[in-house]
Design a protein around this ligand. Structure first.
Ligand code: NAD
Length: 283
């Protein structure tokens, strides 16, 4: 089946998606399966990955879930061997596992005199282990699976790595310095990998999603009565198109970057999909 707006045909390809038990990456896994790929859904949360693999299978696609901690090199190598045995060598790796942690988040947007002694988590209270957790999850959690799966791509034409960056990589969002820094590192690493693998048939690009209203951020964005929170007001005011994105609006960039005809000379780019957020100075 080759059902997508760009006619990207991934029949016969093996696609590996990390973080596939989550909101955006389960949608990526479905999109890849609908384009014909056999999809390996990797996640710490095996149950979630399994439920999405089941949905793909029920739709007539080919998918299998694997429990995998993207920070454990030995486990990633074991899973890579298992995927190769089940489906064949990996052609497409989507490095989607990532996220923030409250221990690396300040309570307030701006530091004010008195905050050091006040009962608020200021910059000075940030926990080094929380910052380390966020850096490791986003950066090493992209580097290690790339080591595990790019080995299977070397020397085979038409292989692709897609990383997931963020708006934070362009300009940091308030409160989340570690996540912002880690996603900036992902954009930078995407360029590094693109150069490093340029001679062996692997293109490496990234998608930087803007703001998507999903289940996981619903409480931040919407009040219990369905009205928008103050943060939603700020986000929409900073998004020239004046709305949140829909998960399906990431599909076009994913399928374009993976299309070895349309994007054959594209490597090392980060595509923002953000309704203009990253382009807008606010004035
Ligand atoms: P999500 O929390 O729904 O999914 C993340 C998944 O990663 C979860 O299923 C979780 O179990 C898994 N995971 C966490 N640690 C792991 C580990 N060590 N090993 C394996 N799996 C692990 O998040 P999402 O919103 O779907 O985000 C997916 C990616 O997109 C992340 O990299 C995120 O930073 C990025 N992103 C999201 C948004 C957004 O608006 N949601 C915007 C920009 C970027």
């Amino acid at each position: 089946m080759n059902k997508n707006v760009l006619d990207t045909d991934l029949s016969g390809k093996v696609a590996v998606v990390t973080g596939a038990g989550g909101v955006l990456c389960s949608a990526f896994a479905k999109t890849l399966a609908r384009a014909g790929a056999k999809v390996a859904l990797l996640d710490l949360n095996e149950e979630a990955a399994q439920s999405f693999a089941d949905e793909i299978t029920a739709e007539g696609g080919v998918a299998k879930a694997y429990k995998c901690n993207v920070l454990d090199k030995a486990v990633c190598y074991e899973v890579a061997d298992a995927v190769e045995k089940d489906f064949g060598k990996c052609d497409i790796l989507v490095n989607g596992a990532g996220g923030n942690n409250p221990r690396a988040t300040t309570d307030k947007e701006y530091f004010e005199e008195g905050d050091i002694d006040a009962d608020t988590k200021s910059f000075f209270d940030l926990d080094a282990s929380g910052v380390e957790f966020v850096f490791n999850l986003n950066f090493l959690g992209t580097l290690i699976p790339t080591q595990a799966f790019a080995r299977q791509m070397v020397g085979r034409e038409g292989c692709n790595i897609i990383n997931i960056s963020s708006m934070n990589a362009y300009t940091p969002l308030t409160k989340i310095p570690a996540y912002s820094g880690a996603k900036a590192a992902i954009s930078n690493f995407t360029q590094w990998l693109a150069v490093h693998f340029s001679k062996v048939g692997i293109r490496c690009n990234a998608i930087a999603p803007g703001f998507f209203s999903t289940k996981q951020n619903a409480a931040l964005l919407w009040n219990a009565d369905g009205t928008p929170t103050a943060r939603t007001g700020k986000i929409l005011a900073a998004t020239p198109m004046g709305r949140f994105g829909e998960s399906e609006e990431l599909d076009g960039a994913l399928l374009f970057l993976l299309n070895n005809k349309a994007a054959s000379f594209i490597t090392g780019v980060v595509i923002p999909i953000d309704g203009g957020f990253s382009a807008y100075s606010g004035v």
